[in-house]
Design a protein around this ligand. Structure first.
Ligand code: AMP
Length: 171
């Protein structure tokens, strides 16, 4: 995972003082590292029955769609409020910086779906926990969650119990 870590840039005090922002844009710009990252994200779930990948706006869209493409399944976006045009379900959550909400189309998933949740980073786990609530609220089963980066000290993983959590680079 050192190859991945070498392409993740730390930006101190962004978007506000005290936050060490993990910038994944150098990683996604480099084709070999991007490919390695996508394969590592999906590796533990290979061979399992999956019907979709779910990704959170915005960086979850990058990794989530590539994982969906590799797995040969569809992609379901979780978006910030007011962006999805059809009927939605919403979940509020707290961020490492601020609070927010995510929405999903009510017909995006349902019973019989078994999905993998993908985002670039897990910090406090609030975003992912809200996403899990949305997925299960639509009646789908969550196979697990995969993140490129985990900020260990914020213990987001604990908020996702009992779901499977797979992460690649730890800080
Ligand atoms: P959390 O809900 O606290 O786990 O925050 C995770 C979400 O916020 C992810 O969608 C990340 O993209 C973003 N995020 C939180 N903290 C950081 C950070 N230190 N660097 C980059 N992105 C972050």
């Amino acid at each position: 995972m050192e190859r991945l870590a070498a392409k993740i840039r730390n930006i101190p005090d962004f978007p506000k003082p005290g936050i060490q922002f993990k910038d994944i844009t150098p990683l996604v710009k480099d084709p070999a590292t991007l490919r390695l990252c996508v394969h590592q994200l999906l590796c533990p779930f290979l061979g399992e029955r999956l019907t979709a990948v779910v990704g959170m706006e915005a960086r979850g869209f990058i990794f989530g769609s590539l994982v969906a493409w590799e797995l040969g399944v569809g992609f379901v976006p979780l978006r910030k409020p007011g962006k999805l045009p059809y009927e939605v379900q919403a979940a509020r959550y707290d961020l490492e910086y601020g609070s927010a909400a995510l929405e999903v189309h009510v017909d995006a998933l349902g019973p019989g779906d078994r999905v993998l949740l993908i985002d670039d980073l897990i910090a406090t786990g609030g975003t992912a926990a809200a996403s899990c609530r949305l997925i299960e609220g639509l009646g789908a089963e969550l196979a697990g969650c995969a993140f490129v980066v985990e900020i260990d000290e914020l213990q987001g993983r604990a908020r996702l119990m009992p779901y499977r959590v797979h992460t690649l680079v730890h800080y």
